[in-house]
Design a protein around this ligand. Structure first.
Ligand SMILES: Cc1cc2nc3c(=O)[nH]c(=O)nc-3n(C[C@H](O)[C@H](O)[C@H](O)COP(=O)(O)OP(=O)(O)OC[C@H]3O[C@@H](n4cnc5c(N)ncnc54)[C@H](O)[C@@H]3O)c2cc1C
Length: 607
């Protein structure tokens, strides 16, 4: 074997001398490229988190990927794969090696008989839409944007807004994953694998773990998913008082059309209900949106910016923005009803406007009315007895931004079996879920004061309803213990698979280490105390060489907040349910949802 002693010599100081030997490919009698760069500054889309990976790698072939992993194992480096960096939290931040699959964006196979398409893992959803359009196909389920890579979208349990579809990963029928020992395994939904490494049960475990992997199992290199015949969406949009949304929750709001969502505007007393059904009708011209005009886009942002300095202006600014957007509609009909037909992609997507914090959790769908009523009452500064939220918001007020996104989700009938769901599925078990997302914009990159407090209350309330946080979003009060109690055995199984396929911990990223892996709680506390609590400033993860983490997802505790105080007892709302309903009936009689019997079976058990 002849070695070129200078092969990759430039990288020796960042790796080891092993780089020359490990990169040698006897088949081609040359060295496998090591496409690394230094000084890469990584920043997520929201510009909230950033990091300086020691090396940024952009391989172009499976051999290069295998070489990177082998070398990382030898050098005891951690590997973090990045998609399109749209995760709002610090999941993709690393001081170690960052691998981008931006050169893995091809379509590998199209199966016209089964409507399945196999794509490389770095392809973006919008690129997939273009390919599918050419085939007369479409993705059945989407979130609000299509900038994500397919592997990033599935790895964090991204979901859409439909009681007929669950996670985007529910449509995945097979995926190929490269493990830290160099094995490249294709896993199928039925539990088989190629090559057959484990018995069938192990294959199924790997598939269930890899569907929502948080990047911590290995590198997904390709994904096969089932598309459907392309379709348009006939949609109806209407504006309703909050009370109407809550009153007609089961009869007109959710469970009626295939795709549905509500945008809740806290300071206007109104919410926008959107519902859509597949149709063969051609698309109609898209309605003009105020925010899509240059003036609208900036005026809205300027108003939000004003609230950075004078938070009490928020309700006024929110009302003004609402009427600029929907005033004309409301003028033409009391419900502001509009209808139209869009392509499936346009119908399911929305303009997310500005960089933002997002805090999204799922709760059981049938508990949505109660949740929204309590949150709204708290935002309105109502007394404790109304909402039973033990944080005072009557004096130093905390404000939310609009809209609060309210989206139902339930896996398709054939996809509901608990034995087949991804271990880290964020849906509620066995019942339809409601994902509620509190967005806080960052106008012109500025942070709104009070976000930490709002999120603390929002999360407290979510926990009252057994809420499960979205893996990629900006929650801040979750601990390892919380995740253990939410996911129980499912988390244990996911960790078991993770340890089995990545014994050396090459993919054990800091997020998983901190929130999911077993460890002493003292260790966790030590980790928490290392956080820099910087509201209004980006947190930057420094390289390991410079020392410990400098910043991560901001973690705040009530005791560290100055002007938000506990009121009443922290006894849960459920504990004193009967009494609180009495009071609520008397004080807010118009909220007819209060008649909801919380012990009755969930209204959407069967679709
Ligand atoms: C404006 C906006 C709108 C959004 N809308 C929605 C929505 O409607 N519904 C919803 O559920 N979510 C939504 N999200 C969240 C988003 O879908 C997720 O954060 C998604 O993970 C982003 O994909 P990405 O390609 O940017 O992945 P990244 O953020 O780059 O990575 C996410 C995770 O995937 C891992 N990963 C990426 N590629 C691979 C690979 N090849 N192999 C193994 N692991 C990999 C990474 O290591 C990381 O852990 C939204 C986010 C934004 C910013």
């Amino acid at each position: 074997m002849v070695f070129n002693p200078n092969a990759h010599s430039r990288w020796v100081s960042y790796t080891t001398d092993d780089i020359a030997e490990l990169s040698y490919d006897p088949a081609s009698t040359t060295h496998i490229p090591f496409r690394a760069s230094l000084n890469h500054f990584h920043r997520n889309w929201a510009h909230i988190h950033s990091s300086r990976p020691q090396l940024f790698l952009r391989p172009q072939s499976l051999e290069e990927l295998q070489f990177i992993i082998k070398l990382a194992g030898k050098c005891r480096k951690k590997v973090t794969v990045v998609g399109s960096s749209h995760s709002p939290n610090a999941l993709t931040c690393t001081p170690g090696w960052m691998v981008s699959l931006d050169d893995f964006q091809d379509v590998l196979k199209v199966n016209e008989d089964s409507n399945e398409i196999t794509v490389q893992a770095g392809i973006r959803l919008y690129q997939i839409h273009r390919v599918l359009e050419g085939l007369g196909w479409a993705m059945p389920n989407l979130g609000t944007i299509s900038e994500q890579s397919i592997s990033g979208a599935i790895s964090t349990a991204s979901h859409g807004s439909s009681l007929h579809h669950g996670l985007i990963s529910d449509d995945i029928t097979a995926l190929t994953i490269l493990l830290s020992n160099g094995d490249h395994i294709k896993c199928f939904r039925d539990g088989t694998t190629e090559p057959k490494l484990f018995d069938e049960e192990d294959g199924l475990s790997l598939f269930r773990a890899a569907l929502v992997s948080l990047g911590a199992l290995g590198i997904i290199t390709s994904v096969t998913f089932k598309a459907q015949k392309s379709f348009n969406l006939a949609w109806t949009q209407s504006l309703h008082p909050h009370t109407e949304i809550i009153t007609h929750w089961n009869s007109r709001i959710f469970g009626v059309a295939e795709y549905e969502r509500v945008w809740w505007y806290p300071y206007t007393g109104k919410a926008l209900h959107w519902s859509a059904t597949p149709t063969d009708l051609p698309p109609t011209p898209a309605p003009a949106k105020w925010f899509d005009t240059t003036i609208g886009y900036h005026l809205n942002q300027i108003m939000l910016l004003a609230t950075v300095y004078i938070p009490s202006l928020t309700p006024l600014a929110e009302k003004a923005m609402f009427y600029m957007q929907y005033g004309r509609q409301l003028h033409s009909s009391p419900d502001g009803i509009t209808t139209g037909v869009s392509t499936s992609v346009d119908g399911m997507s929305m303009n997310c406007l500005y960089r933002q914090y997002v805090n999204e959790w799922s709760i059981p769908l049938h508990q949505g009315p109660e949740f929204l009523h309590r949150l709204q009452s708290w935002l309105n500064g109502k007394p404790y007895d109304i909402h039973k939220i033990p944080f005072d918001n009557t004096t130093s007020k905390v404000y939310a931004h609009s809209p609060i996104e309210v989206r139902p989700s339930f896996p398709a009938q054939g996809n509901r079996s608990a034995e087949l769901r991804p271990y880290l599925d964020t849906h509620q078990k066995d019942v339809p879920s409601l994902y509620i997302n509190a967005t806080i914009f960052r106008p012109y990159g500025k942070d709104i004061p009070g976000r930490g407090k709002l999120y603390e209350v929002f999360e407290w309330l979510m926990k009252e309803y057994g809420g499960k946080p979205h893996w990629a979003k900006n929650w801040s009060t979750m601990s390892r213990r919380d995740f253990r109690s939410i996911y129980g055995q499912e988390l244990e199984k996911w960790l078991e698979v993770r340890r089995r396929v990545d014994g050396e911990g090459v993919f054990l990223n800091d997020f998983v280490k901190e929130y999911l892996e077993d460890g002493e709680d003292e260790e966790l506390e030590e980790a928490e105390s290392m956080f820099e609590k910087k509201e209004g400033a980006e947190t930057v993860v420094e390289t390991a060489a410079k020392g410990k983490w400098k910043g991560k997802q901001p973690m705040r505790r009530l005791s560290e907040e100055s002007d938000i105080t506990m009121t009443g007892s922290s006894a849960s709302f459920h504990g004193s349910l009967a009494g609180s309903y009495e009071h609520l009936r008397a004080s807010e009689a118009e909220m007819s949802f209060l008649e909801v019997d919380r012990d009755s079976p969930p209204p959407f058990a069967v679709l």
